[in-house]
Design a protein around this ligand. Sequence first.
Ligand code: AMP
Length: 179
Amino acid sequence: MDDTDYIRRHIRTVSDWPAPGVQFRDITPLLQNPKTMRVLIDILVHRYIDAKLDLVAGIDARGFIIGAVVAHELNLGFIPIRKKGKLPFTAISEEYDLEYGSATVELHGDACVPGDRVLLIDDLIATGGTMMAGRRLIERLGGHVVEAAAIIDLPDLGGSGLLRGAGLAVYTMVEFAGH
Ligand code: AMP
């Protein structure tokens, strides 16, 4: 079994949560097991160790868990991209469409400076809207998103294809078909 198969086997699928029809891909078993947690972080550290990054940006909330550990291991700082209304200092906002309605993510205005090379991390890419909004926040501050990394891709929802089509490098470890 290779490392990504090992990761895949520790992702739990919860049907009909948080709403009927959703197959929720739950990474908590992966985080809870010390061996899978180490493999997960080591894959990311190995991938980015020579990427000359300045910062790791994690997306609320599961992107914080992985992103902060990767940042620490790479001797980098961590910046949080948060859901609307959670950041205490002056922030910039990006709104994006959801299946029903919209969502907003925010970043402190001093989170990065022009020229910073930033790795963007979340747990999963579905429609790609969250990653795209995160990228826009970093780029508005003059930062450069080197890659968008996630554990899971749902390719049938088209998000990773959309992000790549928009010129963003994308790295994911495992794919699940369907929603
Ligand atoms: P999207 O913006 O559509 O790419 O959605 C990605 C965000 O929504 C990530 O922050 C995920 O944590 C969350 N998400 C979307 N769909 C799922 C799913 N099926 N299982 C777990 N998390 C999901």
